[in-house]
Design a protein around this ligand. Structure first.
Ligand code: 3HC
Length: 330
C-alpha cells in the first residue's frame, strides 16, 4: 500500500461514494466485509429451514404458494450475497465450509423453533421487520456490490413483512384459539427479534470501526430503538400485546422505552447453545453432502463446455457434444 492509495480510499469513503472490487482497500476493511456479508448470506440460507418446516402444512393453497415464494426468495438473497462476497476474493465453496465447520456465524434468530403456523406470521412480521430496519441502511453501505445486492433484497423483504403481518391479522380476527396462537407466537419471537440487532453498542466489537468505514450506517442500539418505535403501533393494529410490561412512550424523547433482550441468551445462542443450533447445522451439512453430485456434475459440464468453446475457436473438432441440457441447468 502507498499513501496515495490509502488517501484515495479515505476520500471515497468521505465523499459517500462506493468502493468497488478493483479499488485498493485496507485488508481489515476487506476482512470485515467478508465476515459480515458471509454471515448475512449464511443467515439467509439457514433461515430457509424454520419456515420451510411449514410449507407442507400451510393452511391453504394460497398460503402455501406465498410461503414457497418467500423461502425461495431467501435462497436468492443468499446467492446475491455470496456473489457479493466473492468479489472480495473468497470463493463461495470456502465460505460454505467456514459455515459448516463453525468458523463463521449466522443470525441467532434462526436457532429458535417454529412450533405453530402463527410462528410463520411472527417471523414475517417481527423477524423480517427487524431485517428491514437493519438492512435498508446497508443499501448505502460503502462497498458497492453489497449495497447493490441489498437494494433488491430489501424490496423483497418488505413483501415478506407484509405476508407475516397478513397471517397474524387473519389469525387475530379468527377464533379465540387462533388469537391465542398468534399471541403465543408474538410472546416467543419478541425478545429474539430484539436480540437480532446484536449486542449493545457499549460492548459491540465492530460497530465503531464499521461505522467509520460506512459499512454500518447506524449502531445496533439505534436500529433496535427504531424497530421498537415501528412495531408498537403495528401491534395495536394487529391487536396483539408485546410481552414487555415496561413498554412506555416517552413524550420527551419521542421514543418507546422497552426492556432490552437477555444478552447472555444472545451470546449463548451465537456460540452454538440455542434451542435449534444443532438441528440447523446438521440439516445444512447433510444438504451439502447430498448435493456433492450436483456440484461435481456442474463442474464437469462447465469443463466440457469450455473445452468445446476452445476447440471451436481453434478450429479442431474437440470432444463430442454433451446431450442437450436446458439453459437453467447449465
Ligand atoms: N446473530 C449472530 N451473531 C451476531 C449477532 C446475531 N444476531 N449479532 C452480533 N453477532 C456477532 C457479530 O457477528 C460479531 O461476531 P464476531 O466478531 O465473532 O464475528 C459479534 O457478535 C459482535 O457483534 P458486533 O455488533 O460487533 O458485530 P457487527 O458490527 O457485525 O453487527 C450485525 C452485527 C448488526 C448483525 C451486522 O453484522 C449486520 O448488520 N449484518 C448484516 C445483516 C445480517 O447479517 N442480518 C442477519 C439476519 S438475515 C435475515 O434476517 C434474513 C431475513 O430473510 C429474515
Amino acid at each position: 500500500m502507498d499513501s496515495a492509495e490509502q488517501e484515495a480510499f479515505e476520500a471515497t469513503i468521505a465523499a459517500d461514494s462506493t468502493i468497488e472490487p478493483r479499488d485498493w482497500m485496507p485488508e481489515e476493511y476487506r476482512r470485515t466485509l467478508i465476515r459480515q456479508i458471509a454471515q448475512h448470506a449464511h443467515s439467509e440460507i439457514i433461515g430457509m429451514q424454520p419456515e420451510g418446516n411449514w410449507i407442507g402444512r400451510a393452511p391453504t393453497l394460497a398460503r402455501k404458494a406465498i410461503l414457497l415464494a418467500k423461502v425461495q426468495d431467501e435462497a436468492g438473497h443468499g446467492l446475491y450475497l455470496y456473489a457479493a462476497a466473492e468479489t472480495l476474493g473468497v470463493s463461495r465453496d470456502d465460505l460454505e465450509r467456514r459455515l459448516l465447520d463453525g468458523r463463521q456465524k449466522y443470525s441467532s434468530i434462526f436457532n429458535y423453533p417454529t412450533l405453530t403456523w402463527a410462528d410463520v406470521g411472527a417471523i414475517g412480521w417481527l423477524v423480517d421487520g427487524a431485517a428491514i430496519v437493519n438492512q435498508v441502511p446497508l443499501c448505502r453501505c460503502s462497498y458497492g456490490p453489497y449495497a447493490r445486492a441489498m437494494i433488491r433484497i430489501c424490496k423483497e423483504e418488505s413483501f415478506h413483512q407484509r405476508q407475516g403481518f397478513d397471517i397474524l391479522y387473519t389469525l387475530t380476527r379468527g377464533t379465540d384459539e387462533q388469537r391465542a396462537m398468534a399471541q403465543d407466537a408474538v410472546d416467543r419471537w419478541w425478545y429474539p427479534s430484539l436480540a437480532m440487532f446484536g449486542p449493545p453498542d457499549a460492548i459491540s466489537t465492530h460497530t465503531e470501526r464499521s461505522m467509520a468505514w460506512r459499512i454500518k450506517r447506524f449502531s445496533n442500539d439505534h436500529l433496535r430503538q427504531k424497530f421498537v418505535d415501528m412495531i408498537v403501533p403495528q401491534a395495536e393494529v394487529l391487536g396483539v400485546r408485546l410481552p414487555d410490561p415496561a413498554l412506555r412512550f416517552n413524550a420527551k424523547t419521542g421514543h418507546w422505552e422497552f426492556t432490552p433482550p437477555d444478552y447472555d441468551e444472545l451470546f449463548a445462542v451465537i456460540s452454538g447453545r440455542g434451542p435449534a443450533n444443532r438441528q440447523r447445522l446438521t440439516h445444512r451439512r447433510t444438504a451439502y453432502e447430498e448435493g456433492a453430485w450436483v456440484r461435481e456434475a456442474a463442474v464437469a459440464y462447465a469443463a466440457k463446455a469450455a473445452a468445446r468453446a476452445a476447440s471451436q475457436s481453434s478450429g479442431t473438432a474437440g470432444p463430442p457434444r454433451a446431450p442437450a441440457v436446458p439453459d437453467e441447468v447449465a
